[in-house]
Every structure is written in C-alpha cells, then in structure tokens.
Design a protein around this ligand. Sequence first.
Ligand SMILES: C[S@@+](CC[C@H](N)C(=O)[O-])C[C@H]1O[C@@H](n2cnc3c(N)ncnc32)[C@H](O)[C@@H]1O
Length: 224
Amino acid sequence: MASAAIPQIDAIKSAVQERYTGLATCCSPLSCGAALDKAAPARGEVFVDLGCGRGQDVIRAAGRVGPSGAAVGIDISDGMLEKARASVPPFLKNVRFIRCDLEKLELEDRFADVLTSNCTINHAPDKLAVYREIHRVLREGGRFVVSDVIAEQELPEAVRSDPEAWAACYGGAITEPEYMRAVQEAGFRRVEVLTRSDPYEKGSVMVRSLTIRGFKDHADGGES
Ligand SMILES: C[S@@+](CC[C@H](N)C(=O)[O-])C[C@H]1O[C@@H](n2cnc3c(N)ncnc32)[C@H](O)[C@@H]1O
C-alpha cells in the first residue's frame, strides 16, 4: 500500500506517539501474538524488535543471545523508549534502543539474524516500505516473525481516515491477502502463517491476529 493513498500521515504518527507515550507507564499488554518465542533467538545472534514499546521482548532476547550477540529495539514514542531504557538491568550490556520510524530503519544492510515485531506494523501507512526495510536489514538466511492485526474486510473510509483508530491498532489494518502481497513484494519468497486467531471486534470493526514467519533467501536463491 503506498503512503500516498492514506490521508493525514503526520496526524497518524502524532496520534501513535501520543497514545504510546501515555501507555508507557501502565502495564496493560500491548502485544497480539508470541513473536519472540516463535523467533527463538539463539546465542550469538543479532536480534531486532520493531515497535519494541516498553522493551520487554528486547530485554528477554538480550538474555537469550548472550554477550556475544546483541538486541536492538526500535520505536518512535519517546515515553516508550524512556521506559525501555530504564528497564534494562545494569548487567546487560548488549541492549540498544533506537528512535526511528519503521519505514526508515537506522540500521545497516544485513545487520540482523532475527527480527520480530508485535502488534506494530498495522500502524504504518506504508506496509510495503516496512517489509522492504525488514528485507534490507536481515542477513541472507535471516528470519523474521511478525504478529500483527489484520482486517477481516477492507475497512470503511471513516475508520481509515481516523488517526485515533490507527493509533488504537485497527485503523491501519489491511486484509490478509493485501498484507501477504506486501511481504512478498518486498522480496520474501518463503513465508508461512504460524497462527491465525478467530475474528474479534476492535473499535467498530472485525480483525484477527496473525503471526507469520519469513526467511530471506541468499542472492543466488539458496535457502540455508
Ligand atoms: C501496540 S504497541 C506494541 C509494543 C510491543 N511490541 C509489545 O508487544 O508490547 C506498538 C508500538 O509500536 C510503536 N510504533 C508505532 N508506529 C511506529 C512507527 N511508525 N515507527 C516506530 N515505532 C512505531 C509504538 O510507539 C508502540 O510502542
């Protein structure tokens, strides 16, 4: 989906930052799947979490990858990043949080072995740009696991144009076929659905939670 098709991109991003900075200090769950467990970061790997929120998955991953690996959290909400940084135990030296947009990651090409995102990419107006960035920052053979909210049906215009609905994790939701098209168009050929929830109501619309895993192929088409 191209950004140009979505009105009020600045308004969406402001609403997202405002909502999540407000939620940084409460403890209600904000995830929609078990992306970290399914991604299974291993010792020595470089791990990235997009839309890390309070940073709990990044901190858990840092323990799993150990001192020879690294764990990086990405978010745009200052309150979330502040909370995340304050939650890192002093003995963990392999954790870093970066403030940047999902659509333009401040990470080098082929930086990560494993990348997760939990209930975040639905907020991005340009899902294809996000998946292109995921493809760029993963090394060949690297993997992603993403849990996200998808729409049962194309959403009504009144919802799609409401920045508060985007910030609340449903206004930016797209249908599963549209979502999978963006993932494949970004360059991922090996993608599987790990879990798909029953439909549930969010705001005024019906959505599902989907968890998918994909692998970046080698330039010669090899899969390992
Ligand atoms: C529903 S919360 C999920 C937080 C965390 N992944 C979890 O499972 O608890 C979504 C997070 O994505 C962040 N976010 C939303 N849009 C973003 C964007 N365009 N760039 C970077 N982060 C974004 C928000 O600030 C928020 O912290």
